[in-house]
Write a protein that binds this ligand. Structure first.
Ligand SMILES: [Zn+2]
Length: 278
């Protein structure tokens, strides 16, 4: 079901993981961001758009994680954009032998059979520094940043005041720090991303996270702060008092506390190591 969140902007939320797929109305069809996860859900989006008489004229993937780079044949053959880094990451993944089996291994077992992988990760990379998605609709600004995953981009749907955050600013998931780019500093990278978001906050009325609930302008600022406090606590070896972990976690999201514990250990080791070498 498509739910309207702003003028010309709709959201479809997946049942598992609360993945948000975003539809933006253009002149001759729609832009579809992060198309969804199960085949049935993507077909439901395709049917909903068909009923509205709206073909998909462009797609966009916010970042190269499995739940953001899927597609279904019924959504059509529009170009599916992403940052150059996102596209390169996917190209490399798909070039490996038995990539499909490897991807399948990482899927949530309860829905693994329902996730179509044929069109997985076929992303058209936009040249680095591209300011807006090339399409005929309200300008959609690309805010590429180093947090969470290589080639991650948030989007600002200008003239609609809608901010598409990718896998950040969630009310159910704590910040998940990148573990792919081994050479980078994932904590500082995350803070850089949040700072970029803060820079556009004045233009935002609605924030749509990759997972969880849609919020208003006040939520954008509150979630930037919540994520920042969480990441800084990881860096400084403290424990954040965070509603997304521990007893206050939403039912079904208790596993986020395990993700948190893993990150706590990973960065505690690093802090100790840094202390010894400095
Ligand atoms: Zn995600």
């Amino acid at each position: 079901m498509l739910k309207q969140v702003a003028e010309g902007v709709w959201v479809h939320q997946s049942e598992l993981l609360q993945n948000n797929s975003i539809v933006v109305q253009g002149k001759a069809g729609v832009l579809l961001v992060d198309a969804g996860i199960t085949g049935d859900e993507m077909i439901a989006i395709a049917n909903g758009l068909h009923e509205l008489g709206q073909p998909v004229v462009a797609g966009f993937s916010t970042h190269p994680d499995w739940d953001h780079v899927l597609w279904h044949p019924q959504l059509g053959e529009a170009p599916r954009y992403g940052t150059a880094r996102c596209a390169a990451h996917m190209r490399e993944l798909r070039s490996k032998a038995a990539w499909k089996a490897r991807v399948a291994e990482g899927l949530p077992p309860e829905i693994a059979d329902e996730i179509p992988l044929d069109l997985f990760g076929l992303i058209t990379g936009l040249p680095a520094g591209t300011a807006h998605i090339p399409w005929d609709g309200p300008p959609v600004r690309i805010i590429e940043h180093p947090a969470h995953a290589p080639g991650h981009a948030a989007l600002l749907v200008e003239e609609r005041g809608v901010f598409v955050a990718g896998d950040m600013l969630s009310d159910v998931l704590v910040p998940m720090l990148d573990d792919v780019n081994g050479t980078n500093d994932p904590i500082e990278d995350y803070l850089v991303g949040l700072e970029l978001f803060e820079g556009v906050a004045d233009d935002v009325d609605v924030v749509i996270p990759g997972h969880g609930s849609v919020g208003g302008a006040d939520q954008l600022r509150a979630r930037i702060e919540l994520d920042r406090v969480y990441v800084q606590a990881l860096r400084d070896g403290g424990v954040a008092d965070d509603p997304r972990i521990g007893p206050s976690a939403k039912p079904g999201w208790e596993w986020v506390s395990d993700v948190h514990e893993g990150q706590l250990q990973r960065f505690a080791k690093q802090a100790k190591h840094d202390g010894m070498t400095s």
